[in-house]
Write a protein that binds this ligand. Structure first.
Ligand code: AHR
Length: 344
């Protein structure tokens, strides 16, 4: 019997080998692999390679959607979209792949500000214009990118700071010690750098604000919860949490609840958040978040407009700021119905 099995296993070996090879060939896309959203090539289409940071947040999903809505075949584009899954190395790999495919434009949402000089120089040498969106790059030669579309992150941080100053005044607490913790986003990202800088500019002028700790929450719900739980164990007198995006805020709110505390308008801990995704605005409405500073993800259409302008031979600005607003319980109904245009 044993001999029969051994004999038949060897007889089946070639079939097994082929099956394994088929499985390996059919392996789903790995991080950094480039995925074409349109397969048929068409010479009349403008080919755009987009390198996205990842899918770490609700905001990021909306941002990706806005890009996919803008670069459609019906609008005259072939979109090659790459999700870098939070790794700069994957973004660099994607850009190199776009260059070798001779795309017409490269659109980059950079995970962090530094480390782009070499690969952007390669794109420039290949004659491919690079348009940045969302976050910024810090490069020695600004001609390595054509234009940038995104948020004024420093202003967002200042808005949060001014709101807190005003809120404490209204409560007659401008002389009381106020203990603040900060949940920061991805290290080295413009959103983290700008929001931290803007908030600190206001905080520095307040004699009674005490920033107890700034923790890295990486823009995710899981890390936001973990860090907030740790901070609540370290300090039992937290008055304010500044959470640099809604996903971290959702996690922080869970940690606050689990610690037996309350958050928001009538709670123990004042909550300041950023992004203002739908679920965030809903929590502003019900009072669990005091203020949500909007980060507008609807950037695809502006990037597309820039490409149209370049195609038409028009001069484009170096930087375009998307319109953004601030949501609090007092204004949430009226603010939700306002729409605005881009500013250069
Ligand atoms: O760069 C924008 C930030 O990145 C958003 O605030 C955050 O939610 C996202 O992941």
């Amino acid at each position: 019997m044993r001999q029969f099995i051994r004999k038949n296993i060897w007889a089946a070996a070639p079939v097994l080998f082929v099956l394994i090879a088929i499985l390996l060939m059919g392996n789903p896309l790995q991080a950094g692999d480039v995925q074409e959203s349109q397969t048929d090539k068409d010479d009349n289409l403008i080919v755009v390679g987009v390198s996205q940071v990842g899918s770490e947040s609700v905001w990021r999903t909306a941002h990706t959607q806005s890009v996919q809505d803008a670069f459609t075949r019906a609008n005259g584009y072939m979109l090659i979209f790459d999700n870098a899954r939070q790794k700069q190395a994957n973004q660099i790999k994607a850009i190199r792949s776009f260059i070798s495919q001779q795309v017409d434009y490269i659109v980059l949402s950079p995970i962090e500000e530094t480390g782009w000089d070499t690969v952007l120089q390669e794109a420039k040498d290949a004659g491919i214009p690079v348009i940045l969106m969302d976050r910024m790059v810090s490069v020695n030669d600004p001609s390595l990118y054509t234009a940038w579309v995104g948020s004024d992150f420093v202003r967002e941080g200042q808005d949060a700071g001014y709101w807190l100053e005003d809120y404490l005044k209204k409560q007659g607490k401008e002389q009381e010690e106020v203990n603040i913790v900060v949940l920061k986003g991805t290290k080295g990202a413009s959103a983290t750098i700008g929001r931290t800088k803007g908030f600190n500019q206001v905080a520095r002028l307040q004699h009674n604000w005490n920033i107890l700790k700034q923790a890295d929450g990486e823009f995710t719900t899981a890390k936001g919860k973990e860090e907030m739980a740790r901070l609540l164990e370290l300090y039992d007198d937290i008055d304010v949490v500044v959470s640099q995006n809604d996903d971290m805020t959702f996690g922080a709110l869970e940690a606050i609840r689990e610690a037996g505390k309350t958050a928001g308008v009538n709670g123990d801990i004042t909550v300041i958040s950023f992004d203002a995704v739908d679920a965030g605005v809903e929590l502003v409405r019900n009072g669990e978040i005091n203020i949500d500073v909007q980060c507008n993800p609807d950037q695809g259409k502006y990037v597309e407009q820039i490409i149209q302008d370049i195609q038409a031979g028009k001069e484009v600005e170096k930087a375009y700021y998307v319109p953004e607003r601030v949501y609090t319980q007092e204004n949430v109904e009226e603010e939700e119905n306002v729409t605005e245009g881009i500013s250069g």
